[in-house]
Design a protein around this ligand. Sequence first.
Ligand code: AMP
Ligand code: MN
Ligand code: MN
Ligand code: MN
Length: 286
Amino acid sequence: MITSCFSRKNRVIFDLHSHSTASDGVLSPRELVVRAVAQGVQVLALTDHDETRGVAEAEVAARELGIDIVPGVEISVSWSGRTVHIVGLYVDISHADLHAGLQANRSGRGDRARRMGEALAKVGIPGAYEGAYTLAPNKELISRTHFARFLVAQGYVKDLKSVFKKFLIKGKPGYVSHQWASLEDAVRWIRAAGGIAVLAHPGRYDIGRGKMAALFADFKAAGGEAVEVVTASHTPDQVPVYARYALEYGLRASCGSDFHAPGEGGRELGRMPPMPVACEPVWSGR
Ligand code: AMP
Ligand code: MN
Ligand code: MN
Ligand code: MN
């Protein structure tokens, strides 16, 4: 069932994962807030990849329009040879440790993007770096999504999902491995900034049960406090699975659409199944 993820007390609709032009979203922070309001969202977290520069604009727009912004970020992490995402919610974006950590994570992206461009050129796709660069409003934040949009626009593939499958995931010609922050550092920066570290969309990590348990254990040991139970990345079957993980590891539960762009195939802002009743929501007590 797709409705909304709301608090049981007063049915306020929460969406605690979204992207703007500060990373790989296509709406400016203000446009994102306007759309959130239109969708009935009352509490929106802006969680751009490795970047918080959109938060101030979102806060101004939200104040004008009468909704709440949760200052957030989605940190790229290398864990056990793969990439996982850690969302930080309720962070002080001006905190020096967080600021420096995010800057370090962003600094490798330019080189990575150039290497992706070279890799794609080798399979007969020229100009992908320049194309992605042009499509990225924040030049410190060129992501695979910008490459994907370029490849779709050039007609190499029909949609975003197919680009990733064909070119941009591990083992495919445009994939370039990269060293992100450690799990421990990412959680430490978030906590130093007064935030709550949330393990993002665990159902997306293609790992077996043993490895998933190790990820939860490492995340918990590092000081992680919540997990995304309700996310557009999870199938209806996965929601109760990760609700059980949350209970088992003593984590709170978050919900977010991971909205990037209208009409790109992802989930609309605020459109999510409800939070399972057994979960302690990440917003409770705030
Ligand atoms: P990056 O941080 O540059 O590696 O880019 C990661 C981003 O690519 C994610 O946040 C998603 O927005 C996007 N992405 C990853 N996998 C897929 C997929 N299978 N389909 C669509 N978008 C994807
Ligand atoms: Mn993204
Ligand atoms: Mn993510
Ligand atoms: Mn995201």
